[in-house]
Design a protein around this ligand. Structure first.
Ligand code: SF4
Ligand code: MG
Length: 322
């Protein structure tokens, strides 16, 4: 079993006028030790809700989350079992996620408390700082004395103090300038490899995802629509939404790719379209797409896709091969 295994996850919020918003509508995702899994999609697709539910910050309304072989339950933080403390979250905004009145060393030591409460040894403040490329002498300073990139390093150091086996990072680079973005992405890759951690990397920055993720998982309006090894997904995206995100669609004459336009916005998750949720924006929708929801199927080894047309095309390709 995977280090982090999420099955049929549901996250719902109360919307306007008694409606229920299914922000996550039955999602499966797996993260292995030493693996970077990217979760991509436009904003409003439920990526953050999935990430927060994975670490227990918002309650799941259905499904199961298994971490290091143990089921996770959305309990109060203090009551979380030991396994859950090994799952840490890094947020988008290092300006608001660090208490400005605490010294860096205190902030990191606080992160380590969850490890000691669980009977583990916290990583020392000095080691945390060094692992994220900062001097141990910075422990006495305050967050405002650092740049955005450095603050995100401090936030990562705080997560490391708990000796996590997996980190969920929600848009960890999107608030940073371009050079800090690349540096933080590289740091996360190094930490995953050195510490054999899992990383669920939530991002809408596809250029970075392409360079760092082992697995790319695409989410649309609460559903996972495609997942597979990054190299394969990027070479040959099967779901029309993935193709639009990547910015390319296959030419009808089979000679390479054409740029894709993604019309319209993500619909309101309180009133998702019937059938395939992507059908109002899909360039290849057929009549069935308006009424029948496509289930995610394994169409190739390690590739799964939820699309009627992609499934039919794969079947045809297989039939032609015989
Ligand atoms: Fe498009 Fe239909 Fe596939 Fe949905 S199921 S992505 S509408 S072709
Ligand atoms: Mg988000």
């Amino acid at each position: 079993m995977s280090l982090l295994s999420i099955r049929n996850l549901e996250v719902s919020y109360a919307g306007h006028a008694g409606t229920t918003v299914r922000a996550v509508a039955g999602a499966d995702i797996d993260v292995e030790a030493g693996q970077i899994v990217a979760l991509v999609g436009e904003s409003g697709c439920g990526k953050s809700s999935l990430g927060k539910a994975a670490v227990g910050l918002v309650p799941a309304s259905g499904g199961t989350i298994t971490f290091a072989g143990a089921p996770l339950t959305p309990l109060r933080r203090g009551a979380r079992p030991k396994a859950e403390r090994k799952l840490q979250m890094v947020f988008q905004d290092p300006f608001s996620s660090l208490n400005p009145r605490r010294r860096v060393g205190e902030l990191i030591a606080e992160g380590g408390q969850v490890a000691t409460e669980a009977g583990d040894t916290a990583m020392s403040v000095g080691e945390c700082l060094e692992r994220v490329g900062l001097s141990a002498a910075f422990a006495d300073r305050y967050p405002h004395q650092f740049s955005g990139g450095q603050r995100q390093r401090i936030a990562i150091a705080r997560a490391l103090a708990a000796r996590p086996r997996c980190i969920v990072a929600d848009e960890p680079i999107s608030a940073l300038d371009a050079s800090a973005q690349a540096a933080i992405a590289n740091l996360l890759v190094t930490l995953v490899r050195e510490l054999d951690m899992g990383l669920l990397f939530i991002s809408h920055d596809l250029a970075i995802v392409r360079t760092i993720a082992d697995v790319t998982t695409v989410m649309y309006l609460g559903k996972i629509v495609e997942s597979g090894p990054s190299a394969s997904v990027w070479r040959d995206p099967l779901h029309p939404y993935t193709r639009s995100l990547i910015g390319a669609i296959p030419r009808p004459d089979g000679l390479g790719m054409l740029p894709a336009d993604l019309p319209g916005d993500v619909p309101n998750p309180a009133r998702p379209p019937a059938g395939c949720r992507f059908h109002p924006r899909c360039p290849t929708a057929i009549a069935e797409c308006r009424t029948v929801e496509p289930l995610r199927e394994r169409l190739r080894p390690e590739r799964s896709v939820a699309c009627h047309v992609a499934a039919a095309m794969e079947q045809r390709v297989r039939a032609d091969a015989y």
